[in-house]
Ligand binder design. Structure first.
Ligand SMILES: Cc1cc2nc3c(=O)[nH]c(=O)nc-3n(C[C@H](O)[C@H](O)[C@H](O)COP(=O)(O)OP(=O)(O)OC[C@H]3O[C@@H](n4cnc5c(N)ncnc54)[C@H](O)[C@@H]3O)c2cc1C
Length: 391
């Protein structure tokens, strides 16, 4: 497995150097998903990372495969994010899909001939994911008729299939939720106007509308009752993937600052000779090392009882470090840090986006807070002195 992982990481590094870094500004200017680049990523084995080899995947563990996004994130965090979502859907489809689904879609997804994305968020329900309205009626012939609207759908109109979370009754709560994959060409499926996102303009994002869309029961990925819980497991994988991508972003910011400050003359020496500059960049380097250790530990915890908490720690800590890193590195370049060709402004905006997507920093804090409450229950309570609100 190590040889395979080494090859895949080397492929991701080469893809970043040859395809992402030289072209990302042009992708953003064009505002079009770079399908030729994602086709190349597919040819390099980057679109079926965790899918079994019998379906054409790489068969990597989550703990190993997630490191790919650190390599891709060195080029662009939004590109890394989109491929991570495709890989998670592919993993879910190959692992939990029906035999008929696997027969029809598995090889197309692992080979990247077809791209997939995940549609959970709705206009009224982001963090509060349980408050969704999209509703499927299960018909006598087993097909599902679905109506509703999703928001913030990445790869909107570009992906070939959307792993969509729906309710199956009018009863409030999540016990009736399910996930079903809806192919792009299904009658009744449409997309709203694109959101304007100047720093990752090549990633199409919009609402997705389902107007009496009829989907085959072959496409059920998570049956009724498992929709929300299964989605949260997928989101844990996404959270760690984002933390991995953020490490690539931090390294890119740091390298830009080093390459500039070691060349910028001032006070008879170079900018990087100043202690203050070394300390600023030293802090970035320390937080990058800590972030790497944290996301890699979290990646290996996925699938265990510790997985959700470790994913929350990684998603809480690493994107915050990335925001700080991008801002610090901008400061190190002085005015030049604000200019477009150095790319730091793009990294600042991307890092902020990565703090929000797939569960905000605050939602990670909620998960961590709940686990602290559980631990507190295992401890002998310390006495509160009389007069200090003893209960
Ligand atoms: C670039 C991008 C791509 C995305 N792609 C997808 C996709 O492909 N598929 C998909 O389904 N979704 C996608 N999303 C949606 C994303 O997951 C949501 O934006 C995210 O979950 C937050 O939801 P929201 O934007 O509705 O914010 P809200 O839920 O409205 O939150 C607003 C603020 O309230 C805070 N908050 C919420 N709850 C609490 C609390 N309990 N305590 C304290 N503060 C709280 C939040 O942290 C946030 O700061 C994407 C988002 C972005 C930005």
């Amino acid at each position: 497995m190590t040889d395979k992982l080494d090859t895949i990481l080397e492929n991701a590094r080469a893809h970043c150097a040859e395809d992402i870094r030289p072209n990302v500004d042009a992708w953003n200017a064009a505002g079009v998903w770079p399908r030729a680049a994602s086709d190349k990523a597919a040819a390099l084995g980057l679109t079926g990372l965790y899918a079994p080899e019998e379906f054409g995947g790489q068969g990597l563990s989550l703990g190993d495969g997630i490191r790919v996004y650190e390599e891709l994130g060195y080029g662009d965090g939004a590109y890394a994010f989109a491929l991570s979502m495709h890989n998670i859907c592919t993993y879910a489809g190959c692992g939990f899909g029906t035999d008929a689904f696997k027969e029809k879609w598995a090889r197309d997804l692992t080979s990247g001939r077809k791209l997939a994305n995940f549609a959970l968020t709705e206009p009224q329900s982001g963090s509060d994911a349980g408050n969704m309205y999209s509703r499927a009626t299960i018909n006598d012939d087993g097909t599902w008729t679905i109506s509703g609207a999703k928001a913030w759908v990445s790869l909107a109109g570009e992906a070939d299939i959307y792993f969509t979370v729906v309710k199956t009754t009018d009863v409030p709560g999540h016990k009736d939720m399910a996930m079903i994959a809806i192919p792009k060409d299904t009658p009744g499926l449409s997309f709203g106007p694109r959101y304007e996102t100047p720093s990752y303009n090549f990633l199409p994002l919009s609402e997705m509308y389902m107007d009496n869309v009829v989907a085959s029961e072959d496409n059920i990925i998570l049956p009724v009752g498992q929709g929300l819980q299964g989605s949260l497991m997928a989101i844990d994988i996404a959270r760690v993937s984002i933390a991995s991508g953020c490490c690539g972003l931090m390294q890119a910011a740091l390298d830009t600052a080093l390459a500039y400050s070691s060349n910028r003359k001032m006070f008879g020496g170079k900018n990087l000779d100043l202690d203050g500059i070394q300390w600023m960049l030293g802090d970035v380097a320390t937080e990058l090392e800590a972030s790497r250790l944290l996301y890699r530990k979290a990646a290996h915890a996925l699938g265990t009882d510790e997985g959700p908490l470790m994913a929350a720690h990684a998603k809480r800590f690493v994107p915050d470090c990335a925001v700080k890193a991008a801002n610090t590195c901008t400061q190190v370049l002085g005015g030049m840090g604000l200019l477009q060709p150095y790319g730091l402004d793009r990294l600042s905006r991307l890092s902020q986006m990565l703090r929000i997507v797939d569960g905000t920093t605050e939602i990670s804090r909620v998960v961590i807070g709940r686990s602290l409450q559980k631990r507190a229950k295992t401890l002998d309570p310390l006495p509160i002195p009389k007069g200090f609100g003893e209960t």
